[in-house]
Design a protein around this ligand. Structure first.
Ligand SMILES: [Zn+2]
Length: 170
């Protein structure tokens, strides 16, 4: 866990600008360090089976950054993606409001894209925060959680009115 409080003001400014779809240059002063941290987290990836290293850096509302990597297992389906590792780290330390998550891999020709499970995991904490899909050279694409997972199901849907009777009236 790294503290990015120094950049907090910049992050707040950039957050407002991002929602106005401003240029990459204006975001660059704070997003590049976050991508760099996701690349650092990738170095700790435990992926003896896939050999596919992934790192993530999650920026919480107060400027705190959490990092994580994929953690595989000999029982393959127990493996954890970097995004979920990172979000679980943050939630387990009391954080639930997030601004951004940056994701890094070793894919040179493709921006690393989160799997469907991780998109839903992100969605639990809102659909308007941003996800930066990066390449090893530091270039990136920004998308919102809602863009990555449109027409999604979230916690608020559980609170909506439900039909308690079945069609045959029983
Ligand atoms: Zn995933």
């Amino acid at each position: 866990m790294t503290d990015l409080r120094i950049n907090e003001l910049r992050v707040d400014e950039a957050d407002t600008e991002a929602s106005n779809h401003s240029s990459e240059e204006e975001n660059e002063d704070w997003i590049k360090p976050l991508i760099y941290q996701s690349q650092g987290a990738k170095e700790f990836a435990y992926c003896p089976y896939s050999k596919f290293r992934v790192g993530a850096a999650l920026l919480a509302h107060d400027g705190t950054v959490f990092t994580g990597c994929n953690v595989e297992n000999a029982s393959y389906n127990l493996g954890l993606c970097a995004e979920r590792t990172t979000i679980a780290k943050a939630v387990s330390e009391g954080y639930r409001r997030f601004k951004t998550i940056a994701i890094a891999s070793d894919l040179e020709d493709q921006f690393i894209s989160p799997c469907g499970g991780c998109r839903q995991f992100m969605r639990e904490f809102g659909d308007q925060w941003s996800v930066y899909l990066s390449k090893p050279d530091g270039s990136y694409v920004e998308m919102t959680v809602g863009e990555l997972l449109p027409v999604s199901f979230g916690p608020e849907d559980l609170k909506k009115k439900t039909m308690l009777t079945t069609q045959n009236g029983s």
